[in-house]
Ligand binder design. Structure first.
Ligand code: NAI
Ligand code: MG
Length: 334
């Protein structure tokens, strides 16, 4: 039995997690899903967006599948708490064009590696008594910068990529991004076979629109990675197709990049492909490479055939229609 913590969350988080779990249950593997709560509904019920119990369940599982949550005003984001508690320090966000998808670029295949535990999302934010001044601390350590850089180089090798680009703003954030950039180039010395490059984050935003084919692996800090990965998802068909994995030395947490999408929640029209591709990343993390590949290829085939499509891709089908078609496709492949 493979123990998987399952945190559905809010809004479409519930719909896409149901779809992801249905795909996992269709495989010739044995999973034990441990349900845990987090998010807005959890806050309304329990007074906390992430109970201790949820963190405990995630810690004891082999991996965690996370839907999406609606943020609660005044409360720290539970997904950030979870990433920090599990020390899943790397957020891997593959950006890939799919055949059959009408998008800005049909030839992209790169990976954004986002530092996940510090930067501007370290959670150290204060507001003074007058509420006139609020301060967020941007924490960048050499330890975290070196380990995320190393992971980016290791991913480049694994994916057969030629280069790693470090994205920062060291011309303005001289101290914090100074540490980030120095750490990157220090680690780069151990990987002479991989080409290195560094760009400022604002220039990167433009290059993502003008020459995104140039990127192989991008490594960057928490906030920059969050923004650039959503923008990059837009290059290849939108948030409904963007998966992610949060990886640490002991834990893996897998989630679609998107949020709870209150604008479409409750109608069962959310696209589950981002979640199902996250499921594929989770299977790879669990060393179930055979099934990881089958699930990924099944998603690609379903998108290419275009017989079933949710409204974000111009269709009229429902969340579970896509999941069932992916399951049928997996069966055809096996
Ligand atoms: P969002 O990602 O929920 O939605 C942005 C847009 O993309 C919406 O128009 C939505 O309908 C569309 N979209 C997203 N996923 C889709 C899918 N699978 N299929 C079809 N369309 C999809 O971001 P938004 O609206 O900024 O945030 C909504 C809530 O989610 C907020 O409370 C936010 O704080 C939270 N959030 C949570 C995240 C998480 O749980 N990891 C990540 C991002 C936002
Ligand atoms: Mg985001």
């Amino acid at each position: 039995m493979i123990k998987i913590a399952r945190i559905d969350g809010d809004g479409i988080g519930k719909e896409v997690t149901e779809a992801g779990v249905a795909v996992l249950e269709s495989l010739d593997l044995n999973f034990d899903f441990l349900e845990a709560e987090a998010g807005r509904e959890c806050f309304d019920k329990n007074g906390t967006t992430i109970p201790e119990e949820t963190i405990k369940i995630a810690r004891n599982a082999k991996a965690t599948l996370f839907g999406a949550i609606t943020s609660t005003p005044g409360q720290k984001s539970p997904i950030i708490t979870l990433r920090q508690e599990l020390d899943t320090y790397a957020n891997l966000r593959p950006i890939k064009s799919f055949k059959g998808i009408d998008c800005l670029f049909d030839d992209l295949d790169f990976l954004i590696v986002r530092e996940n535990t510090e930067g501007l999302y370290s959670g150290n934010e204060t507001i003074d008594e007058t509420e006139e001044k609020a301060v967020a601390q941007r924490v960048i350590t050499r330890k975290a910068s070196e380990r995320i850089s190393r992971l980016a180089f290791e991913q480049a090798i694994k994916l057969n990529k030629e280069s790693v680009t470090c994205v920062h703003k060291a011309n303005v954030l001289k101290k914090t991004d100074g540490v980030f950039k120095e750490s990157f180039f220090k680690v780069a010395k151990d990987y002479p076979m991989i080409r290195t490059n560094d760009y400022y984050v604002d220039a990167t935003a433009m290059y993502l629109l003008t020459k995104p084919q140039e990127f192989d692996v991008i490594v960057t800090s928490n906030l920059f990675g969050d923004i650039l990965s959503d923008a990059s998802a837009g290059l290849v068909g939108g948030l409904g197709l963007a998966p992610s994995g949060n990886i640490g030395d002991k834990h893996g947490l897998f989630e679609p990049v998107h949020g709870s999408a209150p604008d479409i929640a409750g109608r069962n029209i959310s696209n589950p492909i981002a979640m199902i591709l996250s499921v594929s990343m989770m299977l790879e993390y669990l060393n179930e490479d055979y099934w990881a590949e089958k699930v990924r290829i099944a998603c690609e085939n379903v998108l290419e055939k275009g017989k079933v499509k949710t409204p974000d891709l111009g269709g009229t089908d429902k969340t579970m229609d896509i999941a069932n078609e992916v399951i049928n496709e997996i069966n055809r492949l096996c």
